[in-house]
Ligand binder design. Structure first.
Ligand SMILES: Cc1cc2nc3c(=O)[nH]c(=O)nc-3n(C[C@H](O)[C@H](O)[C@H](O)COP(=O)(O)OP(=O)(O)OC[C@H]3O[C@@H](n4cnc5c(N)ncnc54)[C@H](O)[C@@H]3O)c2cc1C
Length: 404
């Protein structure tokens, strides 16, 4: 049988078949825009459904323009959490400073958004679902790019062919592993691990964050609303990534409990709640830095390509901007030129935002007593305030209009 030339380039003509792995932020946003440009889009998500609820995330700077162009700004403004204050506590639980949250995050009051991750994901899904095929409870098993198209097998047993495949499957992306190799080669460990989980709000907190620190340890409670639930967050310095722990939830809990064993304030109550919580999420604080965001007819977007870590607060915004730029770069180009254009136009913006992590780590989570005291002095004097107008990296890309 004659097979077509494998180097044949796929041009983004209407009906070009795209498969996206992951339906959180980057996946549905990319699906929406590719569909706009005439692609026939399928999204495969390993979870049974779109995950609602979840911790709060920020949409700032250039990413606000992406959601505005998607028509989602009014809905997201309604979901805005409008956090009132962040209070920092000393090791003995005494108050160091209580600040406007924007002073800490570099956000811009009245413009930037903070919403529950699920509220954003719901909005993105609603914008795409009428025109895009979503396959839940399934995932890519194998990808074969040796022919002119990409042959895909699914864990659920299906087998299909696409013109391009996109990995929007997060920091531990399986798509990235399939086309570029193991994560170890690309992750930059930032020296911390964390656990997040929800617990009852017995603290009377409402639309605020309280953070306790000792050198190398932080415990925070985040009340996104006025209701009965808070998000608890335990972050700690760990010189080496605890690689053996990622498939062992009990060992994760044990490690966190041992690190915080003698901690004061409300930490013993947080540890007790962690033992009973059914939504504990544990991970290392890492970035993904790739020399190239694509390989053949497969490209990566969002955390899968360039996770910046929560220290920057920019993961969601990078995912939204990256999805817009990737789809737009493919609006009138074949895949090789499109993927090149995506990198050329977006990489500086991504790097500027990833580079915020150095400052964020030292600022929020000092590891020595001296650094902690210096941070506390800055908090007390409010010299910590960023210049008004937010951090320049957040808005460092002016979104182009792409041909429709
Ligand atoms: C505790 C915490 C706090 C954070 N705080 C902030 C913040 O304040 N501000 C901010 O901007 N960002 C924050 N982030 C980061 C933010 O959540 C991510 O950067 C953002 O969600 C990236 O979106 P994404 O779509 O690229 O990846 P993800 O949101 O990770 O989504 C990946 C999707 O792919 C799916 N998936 C994974 N593997 C497969 C597979 N093999 N097959 C099919 N589907 C798969 C997953 O189920 C998921 O739906 C935080 C992250 C954490 C963990």
């Amino acid at each position: 049988m004659n097979r077509p030339d494998p180097t044949t380039r796929i041009r983004a003509t209407p009906g070009c078949r795209a498969l996206i792995s992951g339906a959180s932020v980057a996946g549905p946003a990319l699906a929406f825009w590719l569909n706009r440009y005439g692609y026939q889009v399928t999204v495969v998500e390993k979870a049974r459904t779109i995950r609602s609820g979840g911790y709060p995330i920020d949409v700032r700077g250039t990413a606000l323009e992406v959601v505005r162009r998607m028509g989602l700004l009014p809905r997201l403004r309604d979901a805005h959490i409008d956090l009132r204050r962040v209070t920092f506590l000393a090791e003995d639980g005494g108050e160091i400073a209580s600040l406007d949250p924007h002073a800490v995050t570099g956000g811009v009051e009245g413009r930037d958004l903070e919403v529950r991750r699920g509220d954003l994901t719901d909005a993105l899904y609603a914008a795409a679902r009428d025109d895009v095929e979503f396959l839940f409870d399934d995932s890519i098993d194998t990808l074969d790019q040796s022919g002119p198209e990409v042959d895909v097998t699914f864990r659920g047993g299906g087998r299909r062919t696409f013109d391009m495949v996109f990995g929007a499957d997060g920091v531990h992306s399986r798509t990235r592993e399939l086309v570029l190799g193991p994560e170890d080669e690309f992750h930059r460990y930032l020296g911390y691990c964390f656990a997040v989980f929800s617990m009852r709000n017995t603290f009377g907190l409402a639309r605020e964050t309280v953070m306790w620190n000792s050198p190398g340890r932080a415990a925070a409670l985040y009340a996104a609303g006025d209701n009965d639930e808070v998000h608890a967050f335990l972050n700690f310095a760990q010189p080496e990534p605890p690689s053996g722990l990622f498939s062992n939830p009990q060992a994760q809990r044990d490690l966190v409990a041992s690190v915080f064993t003698d901690a004061g304030w409300e930490v013993p109550g947080l540890l007790a709640a962690m033992r009973d919580a059914d939504d504990v999420f544990f991970d290392a604080v890492t970035q993904i830095r790739l020399p190239r965001w694509s390989s053949g007819k497969v490209a990566l977007v969002g955390d899968a390509a360039y996770a910046p870590s929560f220290l920057t607060g920019q993961g969601t915004s990078l995912a939204l901007v990256g999805a817009y730029m990737l789809a737009g770069s493919l609006a009138d180009r074949e895949h090789t030129a499109g993927f090149d254009a995506y990198e050329r136009t977006t990489r500086d913006f991504v790097t500027a935002n990833q580079d915020l992590a150095g400052k964020g780590g030292a600022t929020l989570f000092p590891t020595t007593a001296q650094e902690l005291e210096q941070r506390n002095s800055r908090l007390r004097s409010l010299s910590f305030l960023p210049p008004s107008g937010g951090r320049p990296a957040h808005s460092a890309l002016v979104l182009p209009e792409f041909p429709h």
